[in-house]
Design a protein around this ligand. Structure first.
Ligand code: SIN
Ligand code: NI
Length: 261
């Protein structure tokens, strides 16, 4: 399978998406936005992502084959910083959230060819050391075509209001459902993406990603946005551990910028 060259975009020249897509996000806790990147941008960012992966794969935080996970790429690669700071992405994120956002962190999530391992169902927010925040969200950007067999995302609609659960193990397909058995019976929505498309999902929306069973790597770049007013909870996290923060400190300044503002 090769990367597509056809181009459909849901985003206008001012970086705005139709109200119907905003409503879809608010109702379901996720939405697909087609053509957030144009074909030339896809080509440029994919080339940069591949080079970054080759140079840094051994630094992956995930060691069990679910994906190669490279965090805060924006701090180390000028081209990938352009993607993470992309004005169109940030503007759409603020339109969906409905309030000002900061960058929490980015990460490249690469399912290697035939990794054959799903990212099991979980919510993102329970992993994060955040307090005093409104509903944060992630942009999951496909840098290659990502059909189901290459490891696209699957969501449980309307689960964005489900707060208070402990962090779930994304290596265990039953963990989330053992905590909250009623979730087993919800519809599951799988969202294939063309290169240059993205999904936005809220940090409480339950989601998973299918295994990569193809010969081509699944290259995704994820930009995570948080409420501009977010404070540090005091919990451990790889992004905040080196920063010497005290509980209650604002997560702001150069480490958590808002370059699209
Ligand atoms: C994945 O891309 O494999 C998982 C992404 C996520 O959990 O947000
Ligand atoms: Ni996640």
């Amino acid at each position: 399978m090769t990367t597509t060259t056809s181009y459909v975009s849901d985003v206008d020249t001012d970086g705005r998406v139709p109200d119907a897509l905003v409503n879809e996000y608010r109702e379901n806790g996720f939405v697909r936005i087609r053509g957030i990147l144009g074909p030339d941008e896809v080509e440029r960012f994919r080339t940069a992502a591949q080079a970054y992966l080759e140079a840094h794969r051994s630094e992956s935080l995930e060691k069990r084959g679910v994906f190669s996970q490279l965090v805060n790429v924006w701090q180390r690669d000028a081209t990938m910083r352009e993607l993470t700071f992309h004005r169109r992405l940030g503007r759409v994120a603020e339109q969906l959230a409905g309030f000002p956002l900061r960058l929490w962190h980015d990460h490249m999530l690469v399912k290697e060819p035939h990794n054959n391992a799903a990212t099991e169902f979980h919510q993102d927010r329970p992993y994060w050391p955040h307090a005093n925040d409104r509903l944060s969200l992630s942009a999951w950007i496909a840098l290659v075509d990502v059909p189901p067999e290459r490891g696209c995302m699957t969501f449980l609609p309307k689960t964005q209001h489900l707060t208070g659960l402990r962090p779930q193990d994304l290596h265990d397909e039953d963990d989330l459902f053992s905590i909250e058995p009623s979730l087993r019976w919800l519809p599951r929505v799988t969202v294939p993406l063309r290169a240059g498309d993205c999904t936005f999902h809220s940090s409480y929306t339950c989601h998973m990603a299918l295994p990569n069973r193809t010969d081509q790597a699944r290259l995704a770049h994820v930009v995570i946005y948080m409420d501009e007013a977010t404070t540090y909870s005091g919990d451990k996290h790889v992004v905040t551990d080196p920063l010497g923060l005290k509980p209650g400190d604002r997560l702001d300044g150069d480490t958590f910028p808002r370059p699209w503002a």
